[in-house]
Design a binder for this molecule. Structure first.
Ligand code: C5P
Length: 240
């Protein structure tokens, strides 16, 4: 596969065209951002960790029969994915209260939810990715009501598979964010990444954090936390 011109540069990844119309080349970056870009840092090794973890998780989901955009891991920091039209919604699933839900509702972090909560955020940097309702999604034409139902179903299914996977490595999946894309035929496909950048992952026994809150809240070394997740998933340590 040949890497062609840069199509898009996001906060954590660069997306390139390839010689295949329907395949994109994703290159992870060491850049870390939080609070809608207000806090920034270069964290060496983060690109490798997120690429390796996302590759392992997407491969696991595919093996379990869930379709994703993932095609192939190319190197420590790069992967190939199917080209999709990204739905402008962040789909957040929560099993325990943390982060913005704790703040918004005045609930204690760690509180177990009776059933998983699914939330939609509108992907718009200028607006700060606001939490939106299904009526808002319709007004914004971000997705059809049928797609919203499908997104909720798919998000809950991914949650079931991820909770089981993380339980096998003694990790509690507190919450996570998913993104979906539409294929040319209009089918919804799980896209973007699933990594400690997009999930809250706490140790089953000690509640130690192995996710981006290490960076957001200055709780410790981000790379060490992400490497712990990769190692527990059976992935490689750094070869350099
Ligand atoms: O900040 P909040 O508590 O709403 O985040 C919920 C989950 O979604 C967390 O796991 C967080 O890492 C993830 N998230 C994300 N990208 C965003 C917002 C949240 O990956 N833009």
């Amino acid at each position: 596969m040949e890497k062609r011109e840069l199509l898009y540069e996001g906060k954590a990844k660069k997306i390139y065209r390839t010689d295949n119309e329907s395949i994109l080349w994703v290159s992870y970056k060491d850049d870390a951002t939080a609070f809608n870009g207000e806090k920034k840092a270069q964290l060496e090794g983060k690109a490798r960790l997120n690429n390796e973890i996302t590759s392992l998780i997407f491969k696991h989901l595919e093996a379990e029969g869930l379709e994703t955009h993932f095609v192939e891991r190319l190197s420590e920091t790069d992967q190939l994915v199917r080209k999709v039209d990204i739905v402008p919604l962040e789909v957040v699933v929560r099993n325990q209260v943390a982060g913005s839900m704790a703040k918004r509702l005045g609930l204690e972090e760690g509180l177990k939810l009776a059933r998983p909560v699914v939330e939609f955020y509108y992907k718009d940097d200028a607006l700060g990715d606001p939490l939106i309702t299904e009526d808002h999604i319709a007004i914004l034409a971000a997705a059809t009501p049928e797609e919203v139902d499908q997104l909720k179903l798919m998000a809950r299914k991914v949650n079931e598979h991820l909770q089981k996977l993380f339980a096998t490595i003694d990790i509690k999946l507190i919450d996570f964010k998913l993104e979906f894309g539409r294929t040319e035929s209009g089918e919804l496909l799980l896209a973007d990444e699933i990594s400690p950048d997009t999930c809250r992952l706490w140790d089953m026994e000690t509640n130690e954090r192995f996710d981006k809150d290490l960076f957001r809240r200055n709780l410790g070394n981000l790379q060490a936390g992400y490497q712990e997740i990769l190692t527990r998933l059976g992935g490689p340590t750094c070869t350099k």
